[in-house]
Write a protein that binds this ligand. Structure first.
Ligand SMILES: [Mn+2]
Length: 432
């Protein structure tokens, strides 16, 4: 049995402060509104048998035998009143960080403390609905994925308690479709942005995974600051991990467990990552299919920095150079084959249900300029749809929930990225 599509509930999680706001990139909290605005401006269909995009995110809409509902958990306005209360969004940083200026190890973690429990509880509530609802989360910055996974895991754990002992326990598999690995923690982050840490949160990372010595000058500098600041961020990070494990009330508790084990996790589309993240993937034997890493692509033109030249390029074929011997390169295996391979590995690890976290930046940055950290050489839109169609249809590890994140209309051009996001969501409606 593939995914249950009878009742789909869109959950709006409009948070955006944990993306790189320091560079003026606030705006991911408006992603859901941009997608919805695009849908609302669609043409009126000629007959009422046709799909009516204008109705998809209204209170209740039925099409093709599927009922759609929309519920908002976190609003963009919540973030703005939080900032208003603080006076400025930099005012929730610790005093030491404000003295030091631009760098902090878990920026705006106080906002995560506020919204994560709400997201976790509501995701769990929706899953407990007797009508068997499929949650489709449309979120802003990627950090909240950890709260979503926390809600799903809590739901599965409760279900396991009620299960007859002869039944195999429910176990979550997580497929991360993203340009980035998002597996940092304050112990390794180069930016301090929590949207690069949701994988680190669900794996409960409390150490820098990289043990080698090949650090850049900047990394060496950060390491020395990290040593001084560890006392501050350790407590805050542990508090966040404990919130995710529903033990948020114990202030100084050490994180009791990981939400998922590395074997329950896999990646598609990654092409921008730090040493620490790669070390984690290799050491923990985590399955991944990557695309071309930008630094390795050089043919006359500098491709190390994502710039206007990348945005203007019509396609990435010339640049997407593939080493044919690289067995983990997505282009050497094929999309469906990669998905199948990942799903059998997750199934082998005992996973019974799948969650897909789809970051819009998994798609080529040329095609989705409206996102905080666009990366070139990504998936084509058709490829992203093929991956998701395959995931929706398959019954190796059936899909129980998914999310789409990181649309930022303030960085977009004429709502282009919201249109891509909407087209991807629409695939779900059309999919037979
Ligand atoms: Mn991401």
């Amino acid at each position: 049995m593939a995914m249950n599509k009878k009742n789909i509930k869109f959950l709006g999680v409009s948070s955006g402060i944990c993306a790189p706001t320091a560079r003026g990139k606030i705006g991911a909290e408006l992603g859901f509104d941009a997608i919805r605005a695009y849908a609302l401006s669609a043409k009126i269909p000629e007959s009422n048998k046709q799909f009516d995009a204008r109705k998809l995110f209204t209170k209740n809409y039925t099409y093709n035998g599927i009922s759609f509902q929309t519920e908002e958990i976190i609003f963009a306005a919540d973030l703005y009143s939080y900032i208003k209360k603080k006076g400025s969004f930099f005012n929730d940083l610790s005093p030491q960080d404000k003295i030091d200026g631009n760098f902090e190890f878990a920026r705006h973690i106080n906002y995560a403390f506020e919204i994560f429990p709400k997201i976790r509880d509501e995701v769990k509530n929706v899953l407990q609905d007797k009508k068997e609802v499929f949650p489709f989360i449309i979120a802003g910055d990627h950090s909240t994925a950890a709260a979503t996974i926390s809600g799903i895991v809590a739901y599965l754990e409760e279900k396991n308690e009620l299960l007859n002992k002869d039944n195999p326990p429910k176990k979550l598999g997580v497929l991360w479709v993203d340009a980035h690995v998002d597996a940092h923690s304050p112990y390794s982050t180069p930016s301090g942005n929590l949207h690069g840490m949701p994988v680190g949160m669900v794996l409960g990372l409390t150490d820098n995974y990289y043990t080698g010595k090949a650090l850049s000058n900047r990394e060496k500098l950060l390491e020395s600051i990290r040593k001084i600041k560890k006392k501050t961020f350790k407590g805050e990070w542990n508090k966040l991990l404990n919130i995710l494990n529903e033990e948020g009330k114990k202030e100084d508790a050490t994180p009791s467990s990981r939400l998922i084990e590395p074997e329950q996790l896999a990646f598609i589309g990654i092409r921008s990552y730090e040493k620490h993240e790669l070390a984690l993937l290799k050491d923990e034997n985590i399955k991944y299919y990557h695309l071309t890493r930008k630094e390795k692509v050089k043919s006359g033109e500098k491709a190390t920095k994502f710039g206007q030249a990348d945005l203007d390029r019509k396609n990435n074929e010339l640049w997407d150079k593939v080493n044919p011997k690289d067995k983990s390169h997505l282009r050497n295996i094929g999309l469906e084959e990669a998905c199948q391979d990942i799903l059998y590995k997750l199934k082998g690890a005992g996973c019974t249900d799948l969650y897909v976290s789809f970051d819009i930046d998994s798609i080529d940055g040329n095609l989705v300029p409206g996102t905080g950290t666009p990366e070139p050489y990504g998936l084509k839109i058709k490829e992203a749809k093929r991956i998701l169609s395959y995931i929706w249809k398959q019954d190796i590890v059936p899909l129980m929930a998914m999310e789409l994140v990181e649309v930022n209309p303030l960085l977009d051009r004429a709502n282009k990225t919201a249109k891509v996001a909407f087209d991807i969501i629409k695939t779900l409606v059309e999919h037979k």
